[in-house]
Structure formats: structure tokens, C-alpha cells
Design a binder for this molecule. Structure first.
Ligand SMILES: Nc1ncnc2c1ncn2[C@@H]1O[C@H](COP(=O)(O)OP(=O)(O)O)[C@@H](O)[C@H]1O
Ligand SMILES: O=P(O)(O)OC[C@H]1O[C@](O)(COP(=O)(O)O)[C@@H](O)[C@@H]1O
Length: 329
């Protein structure tokens, strides 16, 4: 029997046009020479949608049965510079359900030092959301959510959106039986973690989790204990990513640590978004924690070898996946 194709909706209230400047050996406070500049459509939900679409199209055995994922991206998009986002979504076969707003979507500056294999991010606040656009978006999300298996709430909240917005959306979507994934930071993460209903999947990086909990997490045991507290409160998967060190992935079925292979990094932008995409595809495929961690880590390691939110070719992804080290935590 053919499995029902998964339907995934990503919400990006604050997308970003990522400007990646390569400036090898750049120094803070100095005059630096840059080597090149690239512009890519980004923002967390845009990246998750793009990577999931790559995965769906690369999985030929499923594609042949018409069992590809249906991926829809929604959120708020500035009319003045919508073209690169529209082009990316069209190219990937992602349904564009963004609500257009006046003005230009924010730019995100990504400063890459490829000699040091280091990326520095400057994320700006973004376009203010008005109550009218938020109401319009709410209606879109309610319509899309009614038909979705997974909704991904991703990225920072722009000015004008209350900090508990994701918490409110999570409660409504989970009540409707939708699997909710959350990847955010700052006040939006604080509010989501303080709410009575937690998302099904939460992927903070270690710094975001420490900030949300208001204390440092020193050592694996403390990180594991913090993740388990979130499971006890209703989350189903907590993935605490820790940059090149790897990620701790905790579910009721077990906890694993996944260590990525060493790769040639082009830009680490989108590493976390790729992990979210990998974990969602693993959820839809019913993978166990070890297999999910392996896939998600391969997605992350693969994405950072490329510029923009893309997966490498299937053979390269498989090779990376085989090199991920998964251990019981
Ligand atoms: N330099 C790197 N080399 C290999 N894998 C990496 C590197 N940086 C990140 N990753 C992979 O990407 C995942 C997410 O990265 P992380 O930086 O923690 O997320 P975020 O982008 O959300 O801050 C990590 O758990 C790891 O698997
Ligand atoms: O919404 P935020 O938290 O300001 O982050 C936006 C930035 O995050 C990204 O989605 C990348 O995220 P990750 O590197 O954490 O995967 C960029 O495309 C974008 O510029």
C-alpha cells in the first residue's frame, strides 16, 4: 500500500534575504577585503521548506509512487524584494502561500571566513507586522493547518508580533491534531517553553536553550536532563544542536548523540534548519531516534557544504549519512 504523502506547512513571520560576504581572515574593527558576495532567499521556515522539497524530490522510490511531500511555505513577505523568494519556492516546487506586505523583507548579513571555517551572522529585526496582516495570515494558517500533517513554526518574531504568538499557535494546532515543530530563540522561545502546551518537536541550539532556561548547561548530563524536562511536559522530540560537536536528540523512545563528519564548510547558515527538515522527514517516515538523528545530521552537514538552503545530491547525502556517528546518550 502506498503511504499517504505528508503535508508540511512552514511559517516564517520574519524571512530574510541572506547576503553572504566571504572575507577570509576578516578582523573586527579593521578595514577588510572581501572576496565575494551572494544573495539567497532565507529565513528559517523558507530554508526548512526548501530542504524538505529537495529531499522529497531526491527520494526517487517514493517519487515514482507519487508519494512526494507536499510542502507549503507561508508567512509575511515584503513586496519590494519578493522575487528571490518567489524564484526559490517555484524552483523547488514549494507552494507559495506567503501574505505580501508593504516594504522590503529584511536582509541578513552572513560574514564567512572560509580560512577559519567560521560564519558570523547579523540578523536584523525585520518589517513590522500590523494587526491586519497578522489577522490575514492567521486565516491562511488556519486553512493550511486543517490539511497539514506537520506545521513548522520557525524563526524570530518581527516587531508587532506578541512574544507568545508561537505558544498560541501551538496550542491551537496541537488541539487540532497537527504535529507542531518549533525552532526559534529569545522571547518567542521563552514564551513557547513557558506555555502549558509545548510543541511536538523543539530544536533549540545549546545557546538558545541556555538563554531560555536562564542558566548555563554544563555537560551532557545537564543538557539531557533539561531536554527530558521538556519531554515530561509534553514535547515528543527535543533536539539540542551544538554546532560542529553534533546534536543530542531525545525522545520517549530513547536519547542519542549524533556527531557529524568533518566537512568543508561553505557557510554554516541553515545548519539548524536542515536539522529540523531532517527530523520532520524522519517523523513522517516513522524512523527511530538513531535513524532520525543520522538523517538529520547528514542533512545539516550536507547543507553547510553549499550556499543557500539546499541538500547535496543523493549519493553525497548517503555518503555523509554513513559517516555520522550515533551513540546512545
Ligand atoms: N562546522 C560544522 N561541521 C559539521 N557539522 C556541523 C557544523 N556546524 C553545524 N553542524 C551540524 O549542524 C547541526 C546544527 O548546527 P547548529 O549550529 O547547532 O544549529 P543552528 O544553526 O540552529 O545554530 C549540528 O548539530 C551539526 O550536526
Ligand atoms: O529568524 P532569525 O532567528 O532572526 O534567523 C534568521 C536567519 O536564520 C537562518 O534561517 C539560518 O538559520 P540557522 O543557521 O539557524 O539554520 C537564515 O536564513 C536567516 O538569516
Amino acid at each position: 500500500m502506498t503511504a499517504r504523502p505528508g503535508r508540511v506547512v512552514t511559517l516564517t513571520l520574519n524571512p530574510a534575504l541572506d547576503l553572504t560576504v566571504r572575507a577570509d581572515g576578516w578582523q573586527r574593527g579593521q578595514v577588510n577585503a572581501g572576496q565575494d558576495l551572494h544573495q539567497t532567499a532565507g529565513g528559517k521556515g523558507v530554508n526548512v521548506a526548501s530542504i524538505l522539497a529537495d529531499w522529497s524530490r531526491a527520494d526517487w522510490s517514493r517519487a515514482a509512487q507519487g508519494d512526494t511531500l507536499g510542502v507549503t511555505a507561508t508567512g509575511l513577505l515584503g513586496r519590494d524584494n519578493a522575487a528571490p523568494f518567489e524564484a526559490l519556492l517555484l524552483d523547488k516546487g514549494v507552494t507559495d502561500a506567503f501574505v505580501r506586505v508593504n516594504g522590503a523583507t529584511r536582509v541578513g548579513i552572513k560574514l564567512v571566513d572560509s580560512a577559519a571555517q567560521e560564519t558570523t551572522d547579523l540578523n536584523l529585526p525585520g518589517l513590522s507586522a500590523t494587526p491586519a496582516t497578522l489577522a490575514e495570515l492567521d486565516a491562511v494558517l488556519t486553512r493550511l493547518g486543517a490539511d497539514a500533517d506537520v506545521v513548522v513554526l520557525a524563526g524570530s518574531l518581527p516587531p508587532g508580533v506578541p512574544a507568545d504568538h508561537y505558544a498560541t499557535l501551538t496550542a491551537g494546532l496541537r488541539r487540532a491534531g497537527v504535529f507542531v515543530a518549533l525552532d526559534t530563540s529569545g522571547p518567542a522561545l521563552n514564551a513557547a517553553l513557558a506555555a502549558p502546551v509545548l510543541p511536538d518537536l523543539i530544536k533549540p541550539n545549546i545557546h538558545e536553550l541556555e538563554t531560555a532556561l536562564g542558566r548555563p548547561l554544563t555537560g551532557d548530563a545537564e543538557i539531557l536532563a533539561a531536554a527530558r524536562t521538556l519531554l515530561d511536559r509534553g514535547a515528543r522530540t527535543v533536539a539540542v544542536s551544538q554546532g560542529e560537536r553534533g546534536a543530542l536528540i531525545v525522545t520517549a523512545a530513547g536519547a542519542v548523540f549524533a556527531r557529524p563528519p568533518r566537512v568543508t564548510v561553505v557557510s554554516t547558515v541553515g545548519a539548524g534548519d536542515a536539522m529540523v527538515a531532517g527530523l520532520i522527514s524522519a517523523h513522517l517516515d516513522g524512523l527511530d531516534p538513531a535513524a532520525a538523528a543520522r538523517r538529520a545530521t547528514a542533512f545539516s552537514a550536507g547543507t553547510i557544504t553549499l550556499l543557500g538552503p539546499h541538500l547535496p545530491a543523493p549519493a553525497d547525502l548517503n555518503a555523509l549519512s554513513a559517516q555520522v556517528e550515533v551513540t546512545t546518550a
